[in-house]
Design a protein around this ligand. Structure first.
Ligand SMILES: [Zn+2]
Length: 362
């Protein structure tokens, strides 16, 4: 069973999700590969690719002002954060004054301590719910991470996954590629220290980096209960965190009915560039509205079923899922790519689950 909160681990070797990994990790050998996109003078998006240990980080955005720098998200591996810091120092000699954690998933904030060590006067910013979730979940994640890797390796040596099932040939092939690269990750995780956000907000913070206005906003629940976005009004740029992930949204947890509203609020911003939490930079709002339409369809269909069966608290998702069909969206997300199609189907199943659980909370 996948912990809904452990998204980064889900994308690493530590869970036995071979199908997902097979579908999403075409890049073995592309160690430390990253794609930098200049969004405006002094504004850069860093898209992190899968590493040869199967792990990956969320995107990082760097916003440079005349006095100081704001960074959005600090990676899954602290060493990736160090590489980003080295990159930032090539772009500017101004210090990083602010690091924003867009949400609590650890592929966006394991590198917090690395930034704080490099820039001691740093403020680590998060929406208040995100800080609460991080303080609840991250210390345990950090403590468990080395043991999870060791257990994964031990199970592999027995031809098994961590959940005890015998590895398929595909899984074996995949894991054989990953196992030799896990030692550096293990060493890093053994020394990793949790660093909580140091500055929280409820609705917004406006920050002047020196001739560079940055608006940090909470537009409502979505991917988590505390998703922060960044808006640069002059440059018309939005940094969306995992409210937007391309090509296939992340729906491991979240609140789809609220998420739709949040995306529409984001769409109302006067912006032409959107940096998703994972995936390439977007240059219009088409994908934002596609994701909103997908989620609205899930919400509408789940509600229609609840009208038939009655109070959702007396039911489970099994009573609902057969009545929800999201396949009309599949080609719009996945085209004719078989791997993406299977990722879409997995995402759609998960979307129905979280849509039902959101409805059942009422
Ligand atoms: Zn993420």
């Amino acid at each position: 069973m996948v912990n809904s909160f452990d998204r980064a681990v889900l994308r690493s070797v530590c869970l036995s999700l071979a199908a997902l990994l097979l579908a999403t990790t075409p890049l073995f050998g592309d160690t430390n590969e990253r794609r930098v996109t200049k969004l405006a003078d002094g504004v850069y998006a860093i898209e992190h690719k899968y590493l040869n240990d199967g792990s990956s980080s969320g995107n990082t955005t760097v916003i440079i002002g005349d006095r100081e720098v704001l960074v959005v998200d600090s990676c899954y591996r602290p060493s990736s954060a160090s590489e980003d810091i080295a990159q930032i120092r090539q772009w500017t000699n101004k210090p990083v004054g602010y690091l924003l954690n867009t949400h609590f998933h650890n592929d966006h904030n394991n590198g917090n301590k690395t930034y704080l060590d490099a820039f001691p006067s740093l403020a680590i910013v998060a929406q208040e719910e995100t800080k609460k979730d991080m303080d609840l979940i991250q210390p345990g994640n950090v403590a468990r991470a080395p043991g999870e890797i060791e257990a994964f390796v031990a199970a592999f040596k027995q031809g098994k996954a961590q959940d005890g099932h015998t590895l398929s040939d595909d899984e074996k092939k995949l894991y054989e590629n990953i196992i030799p690269n896990l030692q550096p990750l293990l060493a890093e995780f053994k020394t990793m220290v949790y660093q909580s956000p140091t500055l929280t907000f409820t609705d917004k913070i406006d920050i002047d980096l020196g001739n560079r206005q940055v608006q940090v906003k909470f537009l409502g629940r979505g991917n988590t209960s505390g998703d922060a976005i960044v808006y640069l009004p002059k440059e018309k740029i939005v940094v969306a965190g995992d409210l937007l992930v391309k090509p296939i949204p992340y729906t491991y947890d979240g609140y789809p009915a609220d998420w739709v509203q949040t995306l529409h609020r984001m769409g109302e911003l006067d912006a032409t560039t959107f940096v998703p939490g994972h995936g390439p930079v977007l240059h219009d709002k088409a994908y934002l509205y596609l994701v909103a339409d997908l989620m609205q369809s899930a919400v509408d269909q789940v509600r229609a079923r609840i009208r038939q069966i009655g109070f959702p608290g007396g039911h489970t998702v099994d009573d609902v899922k057969g009545s929800v069909d999201l396949t009309p969206f599949r080609a719009r997300f996945a085209g004719d790519d078989k791997d993406l199609q299977s990722q879409f189907d997995e995402m759609a199943n998960q979307l129905v689950k979280i849509t039902f659980s959101e409805a059942a909370q009422r």
